[in-house]
Ligand binder design. Sequence first.
Ligand code: TXE
Length: 483
Amino acid sequence: MDKQLFINGKMIKGEGNARILINPATGQELVTIYEATVEQVEMAIQAAKTAFSETDWKQDKEERAALLMKLAGKLEENLEELAKLETENTGKPIRESRLDIEDSAGCLKYYADLLRDQFSEMMEQWDGSASIVKNVPFGVTGLIVPWNFPLLLGIWKIAPALAAGNTVVFKPSELTPLSSIKLAELMGECGFPEGVFNLVLGDGKTAGETITASEDVQKISFTGGTDTGRLINEQCARSFKNVSLELGGKSPLIIFDDTDIDKAVEWAIFGAFFNQGEVCVASSRILVQEDIYSDFTEKLTEKTKKIKLGDPFSEETEMGPVISMDHLRKIESYVEKGKAEGAKLLTGGERTGKQGYYLTPVIFTDVTPDMEIVQEEIFGPFCVIQTFSSEEEAVEIANGTKYGLAAGILSKDVERAERVADQIDSGIIWINSYHTPFVNAPWGGFKQSGTGRELGPHGLAAYSQPKHLNTNAVMGELGWYKF
Ligand code: TXE
């Protein structure tokens, strides 16, 4: 059990920091993790480099597709165990963990299929030559993910990176490595060639920066906070790495007055509080049209108070604890800021339960656009209600932060909703729903929510680069010089 790193096809023990993981639902110790030293991270990078250059992984599409399918099957066979690890480690309700594992298996299958359809592009050129454009892998990719969907966000990167023929050094969050360790064991069982996939554990300073600084890593894909993303982007610029960043958000859910209020209340609660609000696309700003404001807000508050908060292993639980005591305190500090800024706390913000990091879901109203609680990503069960009178005002408020990850629009008038959607600067917009990631459609942000896209064909394209080969079957005479 203490062999938790996966380097060059073997589970090995980390020789670095020993970190005790805490179960967020109890505040009790869960297990000790032996993290990688800088040297072990470098070993992982070298293993990935060798696997890329010395095996036929990058050429053998069929092998890649078959192994991704095999891994999907392993996730399905081990669904309950993986879901249990995810819930223990993150505190998310068990029914959500199961969904994460199912979605992870679905993502592997999707990319296994998609990679079979990848064709090179051929062009006849004006001079009689032929051009072929191949999409080739980068080489070693460094994949870094946060703690809110440890396995799923990992697979969103690992599946397309491997599908495209790259090799991988994967680093989950230091807070949530458990499902990744199990994943590595399953990859070992599947028989991926040695070095194709490597798992390193550790924090951003040690493991993370060793990956982002390495000149042997050609591509970084990162999901996490905007400040960390900025740092990583700066570091990657030094060696001109290709970078994909999926960062923070402060996503608006716009609710027009023609909508069914009861249904809208449930979507708003789901948008803001699903996974304890620890979701990059959480609809942490709810924009309500003025004439339904009172009715909507009253119902939203009443229903929010009824969310079943508690033991994440109970099948009935609808919301679990937040990830850590530090994070709980951070969210609480925003409750205090909100009050100090003059906003009105309608409900929530109280610690609850005898143990663990439980916080009742927070709703603020009477906010102004400049308040920190309106502008900053809080990443917990925390939302603000803003009001608007016209379509134009809704758009202006929706676009009024530095972020541009997602948005939702609830209205019976789909034509109007589409018109509004066209004016919103966000990478993902749901009309009359929220949150569902579709594996075949792009996911990612505008503005300071990141660069690049995950999922869908865009997600595969993010892990390959075009290579143009121009061929003249017979060498002609050039005749440029007057020798
Ligand atoms: O995330 P980080 P943290 C936001 C959210 C949260 C805040 C901080 O607001 O409160 O970010 O959370 C690795 N080089 N989001 O500290 O720092 C780190 O080890 C290389 C939003 O948990 O972004 C982890 O694996 N790697 C977000 C990963 O980056 C580094 C999801 C994410 O950590 C690194 C999570 C470095 N210098 C938090 N520093 C979203 N929008 O999905 C850290 N890491």
